[in-house]
Design a binder for this molecule. Structure first.
Ligand code: DC
Length: 231
């Protein structure tokens, strides 16, 4: 595959700081930022609204293949940089609800759903100039990405981050409940048969537990500098 601009793949578990970091890296590079988790969340949200049973793999696959999911540039938007629009509706807020997180994790284990969304992600990033975040970007979606980063953070740090994020959005949740949900989602993402969460062999692993997001962004920009000629 030849592309003029690089693909920066950022993978990692839930609440590892991927979104904040991926968005900031994209802004610094002048690249697009695609949050692939929001795509799995969109399928889960649409399934709930249309009454599709989460055990019905065929119906979920058909939904993932047909749903109109678009990313629109929106500087300063809620997720910063890109708004996610599904069937004409801005769902940036709706897809962050805790029940959608759990449903997205279930939906993302369905092979047909993954195949449909991976194809869309590859099309979105084909020309490069993109920072794509998720779980399988460096392993499956863009195994030849010029820059691959895998973010890690301890469960406590991730629980605190998710709790802060939800509290900031006015969602009241118990810290223990957040920890339980994060651990459960991690376990499902890591153990699923199809494209489980794991670092690519050639990914750079960054433990963000003790780092600020600015430090993580700086480390990734440094990597981009070393591996490409864009900055
Ligand atoms: O990153 P997130 O929390 O928004 O992701 C929501 C769910 O989607 C999560 O349980 C894992 C799944 N996911 C995935 O399987 N592959 C991706 N590339 C992105 C997300």
């Amino acid at each position: 595959m030849s592309r003029l601009r690089p693909v920066v793949a950022i993978d990692g578990p839930t609440a590892s700081g991927k979104s904040t970091v991926a968005r900031a890296v994209a802004i610094r590079l002048g690249f697009r930022h695609i949050d692939t988790g929001a795509m799995y969340r969109s399928v889960a949200l649409a399934a709930a609204r249309r009454g599709v049973d989460l055990r019905d793999a065929a119906a979920l696959t058909a939904l993932a293949a047909s749903l109109a999911i678009e990313f629109h540039p929106a500087p300063g938007g809620a997720r910063g940089g890109e708004r996610i629009v599904v069937d004409g509706e801005d769902v940036a807020e709706a897809v962050r609800a805790p029940e959608v997180s759990t449903a997205a994790s279930i939906v993302s284990a369905v092979p047909g759903v993954r195949a449909a969304l991976v194809a869309r992600q590859q099309a979105l990033g084909a020309a490069g100039g993109i920072v794509m975040e998720g779980r399988d970007i460096g392993t499956v979606v863009f195994p030849n990405a010029e820059v691959k980063v895998f973010l890690e953070a301890g469960l406590e740090a991730r629980t605190r981050r998710r709790h802060d994020e939800l509290t900031a959005r006015g969602v009241e949740v118990d810290l223990d409940e957040v920890r339980r949900q994060e651990a459960e989602r991690d376990a499902r993402d890591v153990t699923r048969a199809h494209s489980p969460l794991r670092p690519a062999d050639d990914a750079v692993i960054l433990d963000t537990t003790l780092l600020t997001s600015e430090q993580v962004v700086a480390a990734i920009i440094q990597l981009v500098r070393e591996r490409t000629d864009v900055v």
